[in-house]
Every structure is written in C-alpha cells, then in structure tokens.
Write a protein that binds this ligand. Structure first.
Ligand code: PAF
Length: 272
C-alpha cells in the first residue's frame, strides 16, 4: 500500500482515503464520488475492526459482501480497495492503543466505552499506512468525526479531515450498513429518529431555545412508537461535545435509539 501511494506522490498526484467496514451503500458511494472530485487517487480501506466492537455487539454478524463491494468501488473509479487482515493489523504482541479523552466520552461513548479507542487506533494506523493527503468521513457518526479530528490535531498527523453530509434513504432514514438488520415492521419505528430531528428543528424555528423541552419532545416522539428504546438524546457544542441547556448558535442534536435489536444513530446541526 505504502509503495503504491509513494509512486503516486512521486508523480505529484494527490490521494484521498475513505476508511470503511464495507457492505457499501449509497452513503459510501457518495463518499467515493466526493473523494474522486477532490483527489487524483482514491483509496478505500475495508476492515471490520474487531477492536471497536464490544463483547455483546455484532462483530460476528456484521454484514459482508466483498465481491459486491469490489465491483461497486471499481465502478466508482476507486484506485485501490485496501483490505488488510486482522492478524496483520493486530499481530501477536500488539499493545499500543490511541485513546482520545473528552470527545470520546458521553453520547455513544457511554454505552460503548471502548468503541472510540478502537476507532481512533485503527484510523491512526490506516492514516500512517496509507499517508493520504485527505481522509473523508460521513457526518452520521458525528462523534467519531470529532474524535478523529481531535486525534489528528493532537498527534500532528499531516492529513486533511473532510466531513461528508449524511445520505438518507428516500423515506429519510440515515443510510447505514446496519439498516439491513431492520425487518419490515421495524422500518416505521426506525423513522422515528429522523422525524424527531425534524420536530426539534421545527421547535427551534418557532423560537424554542430550551434544551430540556426539545429533548423531552424527542423522547416522547420516539416512545410513541412500539419496539423503540432511546439510548441517548444529546444537545451540545458540535466541537467539544459538551452539553448545552440552551440552544444558542450552532448546536448539535444527536441521538441513538434501539429499534428491536438494532441500534441506530442520527444527528442534525440546529441553527438559530
Ligand atoms: O465508520 C466506520 O465505518 C468505522 O468506524 C471506521 C471509521 C472505518 C473505523 O473502523
């Protein structure tokens, strides 16, 4: 991988990296299109990173389809689909972990305590291996994006981190490889997330600035659907991820909801 990137760089060509765990959907494809418009070569890494899954999470069932992913990546003009093995990424004796404090805490970090350490470690490794000029991440995992931005700043990693807007299904559901877990009856409650975000947006547009009121309205909306359980609803500063009671300036509204056995996340930036 390094030799290939070096050859491109010696010719003065730029390289974008898109880290993924595969099972591509339109969200990934739009990252590939965006990367292709910004860099001469696009590298997509595909690695289902065991270190970011908790003991009772879906590592063994995480959806996979390497052949289809390879076809889709080729169609989108990706120069290289980089699929390292777990034994190469975490060889025997591996003992170095990247832990980003602050922004890894709260939100998803509360119910998934080791998750962001696994994410930061693998993304740091991928950035060091590929040495891209830029790396592109979807904004659906907003906290992940902030963890990576913080890590890149703190460790002086010479890469430009680019955020890509959330891509949604026609009914509004944020695209995710995990949407495949939803059965026909779960599709409607799954829409409670985007509906709740839009409800909040409307409340703010009508002049409501109260964080607790908006959060309560969201929880009520989600609870009105069967088979849903709210993990968290967060309102706060989009950069530090510190909670805010009042909606002032640009405010992140992020939520995680269980629909049956599937945990879904979504977010929006509220603007006054
Ligand atoms: O967002 C993901 O798919 C993963 O967390 C990432 C960034 C590829 C790291 O494994």
């Amino acid at each position: 991988m390094r030799k290939q990137v070096l050859k491109w760089k010696q010719k003065g060509l730029s390289v974008a990296l898109i880290p993924t765990m595969g099972f591509f959907h339109e969200g990934h494809l739009s990252l590939m299109r965006a990367a292709g418009s910004k860099a001469d070569h696009v590298v997509v890494s595909l690695f289902i990173n065991p270190a970011q899954f908790g003991p009772n999470e879906d590592l063994n069932h995480y959806p996979r389809d390497l052949e289809q992913d390879a076809r889709l990546a080729e169609d989108k003009g990706v120069s290289c689909l980089f699929c390292p093995d777990a034994k190469d990424m975490y060889p025997p004796g591996f003992q170095t972990w990247v832990r980003v404090e602050g922004v890894s805490q709260g939100l998803c970090g509360t119910s998934r305590p080791e998750h962001f350490c696994g994410v930061a470690t693998i993304v740091a490794k991928l950035l060091i291996i590929v040495q891209p000029d830029m790396a592109i991440f979807g904004q659906k995992d907003f906290q992940q994006l902030q963890v990576i931005r913080r890590m890149v700043r703190d460790l002086n990693i010479p890469v430009n981190i680019i955020a890509h807007p959330i891509v949604r299904e026609p009914d509004g559901l944020a695209m995710s490889s995990r949407n495949i877990y939803l059965d026909a009856q779960e599709r409607e409650p799954a829409l409670s997330l985007v509906q709740a975000l839009r409800l909040a947006e409307k409340m703010v547009a009508q002049g409501n600035r109260s964080g607790p009121e908006v959060i309560q309205a969201i929880k009520n909306h989600i609870q009105s659907f069967s088979n849903t359980k709210t993990d968290y609803v967060f309102l706060g500063d989009p950069e530090s991820l510190k909670p805010r009671r009042e909606i002032v300036g640009e405010t992140l509204l992020a939520l995680a909801v269980w629909v049956g056995k599937t945990r879904l996340i979504d977010n929006i930036l509220l603007k006054q």
